[in-house]
Design a protein around this ligand. Structure first.
Ligand SMILES: [Zn+2]
Ligand SMILES: [Zn+2]
Length: 137
């Protein structure tokens, strides 16, 4: 897998992800809509040890339906959402497609929370869509 690089809007936060993508998927849940300000989030999951980060980050923690605590990290200067973590999945993190430079390497493998998708969003029929989050594997 080629290295992915990226940065926040102001350039203060930079990252390099050098390793295999665990998986990448689109999430249409309301949390992702609110945090990104977009119709849905495309999240790309990596092992934390494969991602090197420079720059200052702020963090926001919130609890979801499942009882999991999620942590969002963002640039304190420009507000760009950069990284997400799930307290129940230590060692794994996600990046967001919009901050990656090598966008040609981003291939979402599924849609989750399709039940919450906005009407104008058309799902790719070639990849699976789940109404909610599929059971953890
Ligand atoms: Zn920034
Ligand atoms: Zn989501």
């Amino acid at each position: 897998m080629p290295k992915l690089t990226g940065n926040c809007l102001c350039g203060q936060v930079k990252f390099e992800a050098d390793g295999d993508i665990i998986f990448a998927g689109n999430c249409h849940c309301v949390d992702c809509q609110q945090v990104t300000g977009a119709a849905y989030a495309t999240n790309i999951f990596f092992n934390e040890t494969d991602v090197s980060i420079t720059g200052d980050l702020s963090a926001f923690e919130h609890e979801v339906d499942s009882g999991n605590t999620l942590i969002k990290k963002f640039c304190p200067n420009c507000g760009s959402q950069m990284f997400g973590y799930n307290a129940n999945r230590p060692g794994v993190m996600h990046l967001r497609a919009g901050s990656v430079n090598e966008k040609e390497h981003i291939k979402p493998q599924f849609n989750v929370y399709a039940s919450r998708k906005l009407d104008f969003v058309h799902l790719d029929a070639d990849i699976p869509a789940f109404d909610k989050m599929p059971p953890a594997s």
